[in-house]
Ligand binder design. Sequence first.
Ligand code: GTP
Ligand code: MG
Length: 311
Amino acid sequence: MQSWADLWRAGELLEAIRRALDRFRSVILETELKPEDIHGYLEELKYSLIEADVAFEVAESLCSLIEDRVIGVKIARLSDRRSLVESALKTSILDILRSVEPEKSFEDIIRESSKPCIALFLGVNGVGKTLTIAKLGWRLKRSGFKVVLACSDTFRAGAIEQLEILSKMVGVDLVKQVYGGDPAAVAYDAVQYAKARGLDIVLIDTAGRMQTKRNLLDEMRKIVRVVNPDVRIFVGDALTGNDIVDQAVEFNKYVGIDGAIVTKMDADVKGGAILNIAYTLRKPIFFIGVGSGIDDLIEYDPVYVASMLGF
Ligand SMILES: Nc1nc2c(ncn2[C@@H]2O[C@H](COP(=O)(O)OP(=O)(O)OP(=O)(O)O)[C@@H](O)[C@H]2O)c(=O)[nH]1
Ligand SMILES: [Mg+2]
């Protein structure tokens, strides 16, 4: 063993003292986080997530992501464990939101598809399909695309007039038939209309339907068979919170979904729905609806959405 004098001669004494102090600091002042240290915070967090409409399994999985991130991390003994958990929560939420960022923008999908690109919109009643289609038609028109809307909602009273007013407002073509007509036939007509005129995109509006009504889902499958859409967009309403998961899963199972739009983000104070759908559906979210005006549709941006959720 080297004496202090040897160390001094070798000019290493100061270095040895520094190392000893570091060891002392890490033993006395630092600790490695163990599951029991944060168990309480995680339980508390899980229930606040559930109160914010985050589905139970999503909340559980977020908590275990956080646990994986922080267990074993060396922290100062007196440091605030809650803020460590909070920053791990923010990172985990951002990870989930980033996982559904589209690889290709909606506009690129149109550009890369054969002409016309056919987009089918589906979702339960009142989620905002029709308004979203008008917003999107308006947005695409301004980007230079030639757009036609197809009114395949031949069921709900007022649906045809609603889309007619919106199509005039945004200045894009509309193909419609009469109430009680076959929705697949309207979609087919709209595709022929677009082909004949060299249009870029057909946006097909459909009647809202519960995800549990098999006969109505069969009608959607018929539209899919007849026009073979390039992209099937699930429209989900942020205000439906937890139920959005069941809707998306059933539509995906029965009809197939390529991506999603989440509406009414402006009116949602809780924020769980978009996390639920991102985590469960794992399909790209192309846009979010942020109001009832025609311009209130913005491209999905995980960082912006996280900021809307308060992170
Ligand atoms: N605040 C807000 N309201 C929205 C948004 N999107 C749609 N809405 C409103 O939601 C209501 C329903 O919109 P629609 O577009 O008719 O919904 P839909 O899914 O077509 O309804 P059905 O055809 O009956 O299935 C309307 O009052 C819209 O103004 C949004 O992003 N924010
Ligand atoms: Mg509608």
